[in-house]
Design a binder for this molecule. Structure first.
Ligand SMILES: [Zn+2]
Length: 299
């Protein structure tokens, strides 16, 4: 497929909300939505596989070796991704993206527009331009659907927000709710609690409630406040953090909040890659691919 066609597909994918994306998915259709919260060390890398076979990766972490190793559990070679979303330009979220783009086929790349620029970002931008054809900058006006039935309700950043930031890029992380039937998951990059709350104000109040909440900023105590967690009312929380990380993520205060609210916590630092499967209607299955601990839950 030509790069220009890839870019065209990307435009159709994003702007034709409500339409079936007119591309052949890279994976095999199933009846379930699947998430892989990949254990790539300190950082985020979340694979989403739609029921009709589309593959989306949210962030790449910083270590291409770890990323490829974990992706290989889910994707056949040669590796193909329909969509890559880079939530914000910090290394623990985009550091492996340049090598991934060069070594895999990526259909569309989305990220947030900031003024941050360094040699790593310049290299990444050049790689995306060469291999994908361009970057799509998104904000909360860019809700989209991937395939037939998996919706991405983009909540943040607002288009009125100053996104041309060079610093504090955590606070303009792309945040969205992924929806499939009755199942909802909130993914908010590295947003702090204040921005998380503002982002959640951008969704219908009843739709802010989610089944799964990926904790903000790897479980930092400045994210996922009590107010945030009361807004999303998750059944499950996932922490994406590196084993023995120097930041103390996830913070004890956050774990206490989750405990107080009876939210079940799964952690990549302790349990390795977390694999979640749901039909969006009746069941959610969560499994640690490291310890093989597994739970079957009802929606
Ligand atoms: Zn981060």
């Amino acid at each position: 497929m030509s790069r220009s066609l890839n870019l065209l597909i990307g435009l159709l994918l994003v702007y034709a909300v409500g339409m079936l994306a007119p591309i052949v998915p890279t994976g095999k259709p199933t009846t379930a939505l699947r998430f892989g919260f990949l254990d790539i060390g300190q950082g985020d890398a979340i694979l989403i596989q739609t029921p009709d076979g589309y593959n989306a990766l949210i962030d790449t972490g910083a270590n291409i070796g770890r990323l490829r190793q974990e992706l290989a559990r889910f994707l056949p070679m040669p590796m193909r991704l329909d969509l890559l979303v880079l939530t914000h330009p910090d290394l623990d979220h985009f550091g492996a993206a340049e090598e991934l783009v060069f070594s895999s086929e990526v259909g569309v790349v989305m990220t947030v527009d900031t003024a941050k620029s360094d040699w790593r970002l310049q290299g990444l931008n050049a790689a995306i331009l060469q291999r994908v054809g361009g970057i799509m900058y998104i904000n909360d006006n860019h809700d989209f659907r991937l395939g037939c039935c998996t919706e991405f309700d983009v909540l943040w950043p607002g288009d009125n927000l100053i996104t041309k930031r060079e610093t504090e890029v955590n606070e303009v992380s792309v945040a969205f709710v992924v929806k499939y039937n009755k199942f909802r998951a909130f993914l908010g990059g590295d947003l702090g609690s204040e921005a998380e709350l503002q982002a959640l104000h951008n969704c219908d109040p009843t739709l802010c409630e989610v089944y799964l909440h990926k904790l903000g900023h790897h479980g930092s105590k400045y994210s996922s406040s009590l107010d945030v967690l009361k807004a999303t009312q998750p059944r499950l929380a996932v922490v994406s953090a590196g084993w023995g990380n120097l930041y103390g993520h996830p913070h004890q205060d956050v774990l206490q909040r989750l405990s107080d609210l009876n939210v079940e916590v799964w952690r990549t630092d302790l349990q390795g890659t977390i694999y979640l499967v749901t039909d969006g209607l009746s069941f959610v299955s969560v499994e640690s691919l490291k310890s093989l601990e597994k739970k079957e839950l009802k929606i």
